[in-house]
Design a protein around this ligand. Structure first.
Ligand code: ADP
Ligand code: MG
Length: 402
């Protein structure tokens, strides 16, 4: 892949596809990690005399047409504001993605200036399955700039117009964030130091089965917790009460359990739980010993015995990949498991990689030291698909492997 740092950019307009998909609560940014992660590439381009136009998506706008999506939001306006604060210079927010407003800004901006296009997913074409439909939007985006830099690692697994089609229309290169992410993930997939321990949590087991399948035979231990663990426990015949369950996944999970046993992978599930009778921050936490959860209760965190067990499975690790919080860390009463796992991983001497938007947010939210990990990936789905061994469309478009 070409490096953005090697591009001649003085006096040129550079379109940077960034990942600024930050969590919002009532319109306010609750974690600006992805905005911060996008800054090194933008700063480098600005300092070398480029005009920088940033393109990014935010959330999942609803509606069939541009107008309905733009009216419903979310707008990137709060992101532009935060970006401006962090960069210490104004960021002009276009009123559209690649229309009149974007064209006017692109035509009038000068070297060292930054503009942000509106939420690219306001354009239904961004995510279209139709190559021609995406191509039309890509053409309008490419017309705004002279050069394309792909730096939105969290969107690299998407065959979207701004990620996959636009780079093919302009001279292109990978930004610093993407290069750093790929360098670390490559270490995980090529002869990781052993023991290699993978910790998986989070919500949906369906999101993670493919990566689990691929990690069997690569990782030495798989520690599984969070909402996804209950489908595993159910597949083993345990009672899980009202805990999160994907019944249609039980068949596949049973296969994964058998494959892991055959491959000699140490697949570890929770042995106790912190439960409640409802999914709420003010629900009363209760400890349940043993893997079974009584009717009327839902597992919202791992219990102390599981925290110890996971800690022991991590002490001698030389490589760790962690994706997905092992409990509902957003509720303080159910955050102990996530804190314990994060602390155990940060104590590991070796390569420790955190992948996943919510996991990265958990590290910051729980005031854990981000520098205690080798790398905190900005991409959840993208890092998982990379570890699954899939080609990421965005990397392919930037010439990965060449
Ligand atoms: P990531 O973004 O790191 O890949 P996911 O999106 O897969 O992680 O999952 C994150 C979510 O999983 C968090 O919001 C967390 O509250 C939720 N979660 C963790 N444990 C449970 C549980 N036991 N029940 C329900 N949700 C859970
Ligand atoms: Mg998530």
């Amino acid at each position: 892949m070409n490096r953005a740092e090697d591009l001649e950019v003085a006096g040129r307009t550079v379109l940077v596809r960034a990942d600024l998909n930050v969590p919002l609560a009532s319109g306010a940014i609750t974690d600006d990690g992805r905005i911060r992660a996008s800054l090194p590439t933008i700063r480098d381009l600005l300092s070398r005399g480029a005009a920088v136009i940033v393109c990014a998506h935010l959330g999942r706008p609803k509606g069939d047409e541009y107008a309905a999506r733009a009216a419903g939001g979310p707008s990137l306006a709060p992101v532009a504001g935060r970006q401006a604060e962090l960069l210490g210079q104004p960021v002009a927010l276009a009123a559209d993605v690649a229309g009149e407003s974007a064209r006017t800004i692109a035509a009038t901006m000068g070297a060292g200036e930054v503009a942000l296009l509106e939420n690219v997913r306001f354009e239904p074409a961004e995510t279209s399955k139709d190559d021609e439909v995406r191509g039309e939007l890509a053409g309008r985006l490419a017309a705004l700039a002279d050069v394309y830099v792909g730096d939105g690692f969290g969107a690299m697994h998407r065959k979207h117009a701004s990620v996959y089609d636009t780079p093919r229309l302009l001279p292109h290169a990978a930004g610093q964030l993407v290069l750093a992410e790929v360098a670390v993930l490559r270490q995980l997939t090529t002869s990781p130091a052993r023991p290699y321990v993978v910790v998986l949590g989070g919500a949906k087991v369906s999101d993670k089965l493919a990566v689990i399948g691929n990690l069997i035979g690569k990782a030495d231990r798989l520690l599984i917790a969070g909402g996804m663990a209950y489908t595993f426990l159910a597949a083993q015949g345990h009672r899980i009460g009202d805990s999160m369950l994907q019944p249609d996944q039980i068949g596949q999970v049973t296969t994964v359990l058998a494959d892991a046993a055959r491959a000699g992978v140490d697949l570890v599930l929770p042995v106790d739980h912190v439960v409640a009778d409802r999914f709420a921050a003010d629900a009363q936490p209760e400890l349940v010993q043993g893997p079974d959860i009584p009717d009327g209760k839902m597992g919202l965190d791992i219990g102390p015995a599981t925290r110890d067990l996971f800690g022991r499975k991590l002490t001698d690790a030389k490589t760790v990949f962690w994706n997905g919080p092992p409990g509902v860390f957003e509720f303080p009463a159910f955050a102990a498991g996530t804190r314990a796992v994060a602390e155990a991983i940060s104590a590991v001497t070796g390569l420790t990689v955190v992948g996943g938007g919510d996991s990265a947010a958990a590290v910051r939210h729980l005031n854990l030291r981000p520098d205690a990990f080798t790398h905190i990936s900005t991409g959840g789905g993208a890092s998982l698909e990379y570890l699954e061994g899939r080609d990421l469309p965005g990397l392919a478009a930037l010439g990965d492997g060449t």
